[in-house]
Design a binder for this molecule. Structure first.
Ligand code: GAR
Length: 210
């Protein structure tokens, strides 16, 4: 199985989706560790409950971003991971760390990238009067939310939607999409080369719509 190391900052519902998918065989993976930058992230309890090793690298304990990055990288390297999975990890990672896992780090982002990189994506989609919203999974590069896109899933925005209802819809999409894409990587179908994503050796000119 593919050795997965998952980074979280919060609730960890995507972590849970991956725990469940590894347990029932939808993902040929083993979660070898969970790292959080937030000591009381609920996702750490989910990991512990599943018998997964956890570690905390609290960004507030470091003088600056590069010191945090160095400590985080050291902790990550203490696990022998095949794939790093960012699952609601809310810190920006430095070039050094990102380059250490080039082509081996995925992120999930709650918007239809390249729309709305950064924070408050549901709010932005509503404010813009978008008719559609969704989720994107991409390879992580040094450019924030800017790495090669892999897959997207969409939902309509209805007149009655607000941030909470959109967040709920997006989460449901995420919990389906992340295990699927992680399995593509685990089964050696998904690659990243020269800043481009490939599925079954085909260059993805656009993210796969799921
Ligand atoms: C998810 O919606 C994920 O897309 C988002 O954080 C949430 C984490 O939920 N990630 C980002 O915004 C990354 N910048 P979870 O902790 O329940 O998995």
């Amino acid at each position: 199985p593919c050795r997965l190391l998952i980074l979280i900052s919060g609730n960890g519902s995507n972590l849970q989706a991956l725990i469940d998918a590894c347990a029932d065989g939808r993902v040929d993976g083993q979660i070898i560790g969970v790292i959080s930058n937030v000591p009381d992230a609920f996702g750490l309890q989910r990991a512990a409950r599943a018998g997964i090793v956890t570690a905390v690298v609290d960004h507030r304990q470091f003088e600056n971003r590069s010191a945090f990055d160095q400590a985080l990288l050291a902790t990550m390297q203490s696990f022998d991971a095949d794939l790093i999975v960012l699952a609601g990890f809310m810190r920006i990672l430095g070039d050094n760390l990102v380059n250490a896992y080039s082509g081996r780090m995925l992120n999930i982002h709650p918007s239809l990238l390249p729309r709305y990189p950064g924070l408050k994506t549901h709010q932005k989609a509503l404010a813009n009067g978008d008719k559609e919203h969704g989720v994107t999974i991409h390879f992580v590069t040094a450019e924030l939310d800017g790495g090669p896109l892999i897959a997207q899933a969409r939902c309509p925005i209805l007149p009655e939607d607000d941030e909470a209802s959109l967040a709920k819809k997006v989460h449901e999409l995420e919990h389906q999409l992340y295990p699927l894409v992680v399995q593509w990587f685990a089964s050696d179908r998904l690659h990243c080369q020269n800043n481009q994503a490939f599925l079954d050796k085909q260059l993805l000119m656009e993210p796969v719509q799921c």
